[in-house]
Every structure is written in C-alpha cells, then in structure tokens.
Design a protein around this ligand. Structure first.
Ligand SMILES: Nc1ncnc2c1ncn2[C@@H]1O[C@H](COP(=O)(O)OP(=O)(O)O)[C@@H](O)[C@H]1O
Ligand SMILES: [Mg+2]
Length: 248
C-alpha cells in the first residue's frame, strides 16, 4: 500500500508549494533589500539561502517566519495568506503553530537553565508538554546531561542545540535556521547537520541561511540572494566522502 501511495505521488502533478512568495519586496528607508522575490518551497524540502553579509538573508527569513511584514507582495503558507490585510492566521498563531525559528545568536535566556530555556515557549502555547517528550528531545540532541546548566556555562555547540531543541519542541512543520553553524567547529557542525537531515527524513521542511559548503551539500536546493533577487545556485558543492576522513 505504501509503495502504491508513493507511486501515485510521483505520478501526480507537482504538489502545491508549502511556501509561495510572489513579488515580495522590502525596503529599509530608501534601501531596497528584497526586490520582487518569487519563491516556492515544497513541503519536506531542505533549502539553503546563501549571500553576502547584509544582502537581506535574515530579513527574508523573518518574513517567512511571520515576524516581519513585507512592503509588497504575497506570502502563502499552505495556500493561505499570511500577511494579507485580512490575514487568515493571526501572526502570533501562525508562528506558534507552524514555525520553529533558530536565531543566529541563539537568544537563550541567561537566568534559565538549558531545560527551562527549552520549555519556555511551551509555557505560552497552551499545549501541555509531556516531560518524556522534553527528555527525548534533549537526549536526541545530546544535551540531556546539561539540562540543569546555565547558558554561560555551556559551549557554543550546546547552546546551539539547546536553541534547536526549543525551536523543535512544539513540532513545527517548518524550521527556519539563521546561520546555524556560523561559529561552530566542524565536528559540531556535522552533528547539527545530522540532526537536520533526520528532521527532513521525518518530513519537516527546512529553510536555512548559511555560507557553509558542508550544509549546502546536504540540501536539496541552494539559492543565492544578490541585489535583492534570489537566484538558483548553479550547482551544489560536491559532496565530500566523509567529514571525519581526510581527503586523499
Ligand atoms: N531594522 C532595520 N532597519 C534598517 N536597516 C536594517 C534593519 N535590519 C537590517 N537592516 C539592514 O538591511 C540589510 C540586510 O540585513 P540582513 O537581512 O540582516 O542581512 P543578512 O542577514 O544577509 O546579513 C543590512 O544592510 C542591514 O544593516
Ligand atoms: Mg543575517
């Protein structure tokens, strides 16, 4: 039965995009940061967005996450308008229900432990959080042993994984990541990428801002933001055999 369903899926027309941006523009003052961007992102795909510093990558990610209303254009999520004048979702509800966001600077609260930081957004969600689910999440991400530690006593990689656990706790279908491995060593980067690849296998849709060739190698698609326009990168960087082995 499963294979039948799969066959039907591959034979049917292209599935509707989970995210559909049409002519999205945004300026800060007179500076046009995003210039009539069109972008479709399919459910279950892993997209990387690259571009020079200051090119507007974070700005675009904030728009996708329901944090920033563009000046123009439409953004449909599952066919529903996110920022319309009569938005079908409240933006707060949209973020809570559909979005996991990993901020570039982690944004952990210094006076809460790792575990409390992860729980924090769940406090406002109205959903009850199973203790077991929290434990599993911390265990999967390799931070269970740091549960009672405060952010100023953990490593960059642990802080990153804490922020990721927090972003994932409410099971969002869309995970947005802003330079998730920017300051991490390559072993920690590989661990984070493993987690991302697993999440994709579980059906999550991932959009990740990154300059890392290693992350790009694991993506389905690499886009580049230049002068306010998105272009499909010509080719993904060639996949290295293994991160741990030296190239011969
Ligand atoms: N709130 C803001 N007000 C004015 N300018 C901003 C604001 N946020 C970002 N910018 C500017 O817009 C440009 C794009 O920013 P950003 O999206 O953060 O770029 P990136 O993530 O690609 O480095 C940068 O030049 C930045 O300084
Ligand atoms: Mg940025």
């Amino acid at each position: 039965m499963k294979s039948q369903a799969l066959t039907n899926m591959t034979e049917s027309a292209k599935p509707a995009a989970l995210l559909a941006l049409k002519e999205i523009s945004l300026s800060y003052g007179k500076r046009k940061i995003l210039d009539a961007i069109d972008l479709d992102i399919e459910s279950g795909s892993f997209t990387v967005i690259a571009g020079e510093s200051g090119s507007g990558k974070s700005t675009l990610l904030y728009i996708l996450g329901g944090f920033l209303r563009p000046d123009r254009g439409s953004f449909l999520f599952s066919g529903r308008r996110v920022y319309g004048r009569f938005g079908e979702f409240g933006l707060g509800r949209f973020r809570k229900k559909f979005i996991g966001f990993l901020f570039q600077d982690f944004r952990l609260l210094p006076f809460l432990t790792v575990e409390q930081n992860i729980r924090f957004p769940a406090l406002f969600s109205g959903k009850k959080l199973a203790k077991e689910q929290l434990q599993n999440q911390m265990h999967n991400l390799g931070i269970a042993h740091r549960a009672k530690a405060y952010p100023n006593t953990i490593s960059g990689g642990e802080a990153q994984r804490t922020a990721l656990a927090r972003a994932l706790l409410m099971n969002p279908p869309l995970l947005l990541l802003d330079e998730p491995t920017g300051n991490l060593d390559s072993a920690t980067e590989a661990a984070i990428v493993n987690v991302l690849v697993d999440l994709k296998k579980q059906g999550l849709t991932l959009v990740c801002v990154s300059h890392s060739n290693y992350i790009m190698q694991h993506a389905d698609r690499v886009l580049r933001l230049v002068d306010g326009k998105l272009t499909e990168a010509a080719a993904k960087p060639v996949k290295a055999a293994s991160r741990t082995k030296k190239k011969s």
